[in-house]
Design a protein. Sequence first.
Lengths: 112, 113
Amino acid sequence: ETGVTQSPTHLIKTRGQQVTLRCSSQSGHNTVSWYQQALGQGPQFIFQYYREEENGRGNFPPRFSGLQFPNYSSELNVNALELDDSALYLCASSLRENYGYTFGSGTRLTVV
Amino acid sequence: KQEVTQIPAALSVPEGENLVLNCSFTDSAIYNLQWFRQDPGKGLTSLLLIQSSQREQTSGRLNASLDKSSGRSTLYIAASQPGDSATYLCAVRPGTGFQKLVFGTGTRLLVSP
C-alpha cells in the first residue's frame, strides 16, 4: 500500500510568479485535501476535492486553485505569489468519513 | 467556529518519564479526533484516530483519550524516549459541514537522554 507522495520537496520562487504542487493520493483514497503550514503554526485548510469536484474551501483567496484527476492525484496552483505564501504545503487523502487522513511529506515553498 | 488549543506549547522531560499532552476544542460536535506527530520540516504521521463514539485508543506506548462533552483529549506517552522528540498535533474533524481537519498549534516535545 503506497502512501501519499508530494513533489517537489522544495521550491524557491520569486514574488509574482506562479507555482504548481503535485500530490498522489494513497491507493484507493477518493478524497484529497491541501493544507498550508506556516512556521510554528498548525496546518490551515485550503480546500478539498472529492471525485474531481471541489467540495470545501478554507479562507484562502481565489489565486489558490486546484485540480483532482480521475486517478485521484491532485494539483495545487498558486498564482501571483506573495512573500507570505512561503510555507510547508501538505497534501492529505482519506477514504471515508470515519477514516483518518494520511498526509504526505509536504512541499516547502519559499517565495523571495 | 471550531477552535483547537494545545497545552503546553513546549515540554522538556528526561528520558523514561511518562507524560501527558492536552488538547481542547470549543465545539463538541465532532466526527473524530486525530493525533499526529511531526518531525522538523517534515510531513505529518498519524498516531491515533478516535471516533466520536469512542473513549480511547491505544498503540504501543501511546494512549489517547477523548471526552467529547467537555471538549478535551489527552495523549499519554509512557516511558518516553529521545526518539519521541517531535511536535505533536491534535486535529478534530467537525461533525457538520464538509470534511476538513481543524488543527491546534501543537506541543513541541524534547526528551533528553
